[in-house]
Design a protein around this ligand. Structure first.
Ligand code: ZN
Length: 363
């Protein structure tokens, strides 16, 4: 049960800003949301929207019961957990988000990448509980990724670790919006699934008959969930399209295993709703592609379980985690620990405080 104090998580996506008040067991006890302002608007407009979502939450749960606010944003977040270096869907470029929000919200604020927040949530409360080394891969319009190692999110030197979607899997392959060719997310994502289905339809292939009937012939109306629904109804073409995405997923996961050797891969994002229609072929391709296959243990590949809540829960729980770790670090080891630097206290925390936290939370 809850320890009586809460943290707020705010998940900033391409279309919506979702907020929640979260307890120490990962339960969401209040919610609020708003549309994400268009990327042409100024940073002020986005920040006003975040503040209004948080204020809506404080009408449901007393602010005195909330100890910190965590923001999860789609974009590059600097290792200081305070600055958004680049957000493709927003106007943020080197945006000092934390310092701009702290004064307005009146609580400690930390900023994370949204996929890192989701990974943390799945590790703490979802399908990766009990695993010391997990990799999360979110299949949405593109691919988001996060790594949790030994009870902490792996940020990389500059805060930008886990951008798996832009690993090259096909030399000279399809052009990606990042500027390169052959990126993983061009082959294993919701966009890839829809693109392939559309190309079958526009080619007039009889294979696409069922899909065409479902959308009245309007290729623009095709979506990932619709293809998944067709596959679940047994349409062999939709099954094949999902299986193709799964195969590319498995190939990329084998590459990640070569680099990171995790115990579990958690697959989230909209496409993961297809479950084993996607994951069976991913597992098969993974086994076939794994370096040294047959001579090494294999990581499990499982679906995420927290769904759309993962971003909110993870951002809130990371904020809680940082507050708790900061509170346990002896002052002499962190004399400068201002709110803006709690992330550094966290990431550089001596083993003692991490062990304390793990005892308390993984018990
Ligand atoms: Zn790319």
């Amino acid at each position: 049960m809850s320890d009586g104090h809460f943290t707020v998580g705010v998940d900033i996506g391409g279309t919506k800003i979702a907020g929640g008040v979260v307890d120490d067991a990962g339960g969401v006890i209040a919610r609020a949301r708003a549309d994400t302002p268009h990327r042409s608007t100024t940073p002020d407009v986005v920040e006003n929207t975040i503040v209004s979502v948080v204020e809506q939450l404080f009408t449901q749960v007393a602010k005195e019961q909330v100890t910190a606010v965590g923001i999860g944003a789609a974009g590059f977040v600097a290792a200081d957990r305070a600055t958004v270096v680049f957000a493709p869907h927003l106007s943020w470029r080197d945006e000092p988000l934390q310092s701009r929000l702290v004064g307005r919200i009146g609580l400690p604020v930390t900023v994370d990448n949204d996929a890192n927040a989701s990974a943390w949530a799945e590790w703490r409360f979802g399908s990766a509980r009990g695993e010391d080394r997990m990799v999360m891969v979110n299949l949405g319009t593109g691919i988001g990724g996060g790594i949790v190692l030994d009870g902490r999110v792996e940020l990389g030197r500059f805060g930008i670790a886990g951008e798996f979607g832009h690993m090259q899997v096909v030399p000279d392959g399809l052009r990606c919006e990042c500027g390169n060719r052959g990126c993983w997310e061009q082959y294993a994502s919701g966009n890839a699934l829809v693109r392939e289905a559309r190309s079958l339809m526009t080619a007039g292939s009889p294979m696409a008959q069922d899909l065409v009937a479902r959308i009245g012939g309007d290729a623009a109306a095709l979506t990932g969930p619709l293809i998944t629904a067709a596959a679940q109804d047994g349409d062999p073409t939709a099954c094949e399209l999902l299986s193709d995405v799964g195969r590319w997923l498995g190939i990329g996961l084998a590459n990640l295993a070569a680099a990171l050797d995790p115990g579990i891969f958690v697959i989230g994002g909209g496409v993961s709703a297809a479950g084993d229609l996607l994951l069976d072929s991913a597992r098969e391709a993974y086994r076939r592609q794994l370096p040294g296959r047959g001579y090494r243990p294999e990581a499990r590949i499982v679906a995420a379980v927290l769904g759309n809540d993962a971003g909110v829960v993870g951002a809130a729980d990371l904020a809680r985690h940082r507050e708790e770790v900061a509170a346990t670090v002896v002052p002499s080891s962190a004399p400068e620990a201002a709110p803006g630097l709690t992330a550094e206290v966290d990431e550089g925390a001596p083993p003692r405080s991490r062990l304390w936290w793990r005892r308390r939370h993984t018990g």
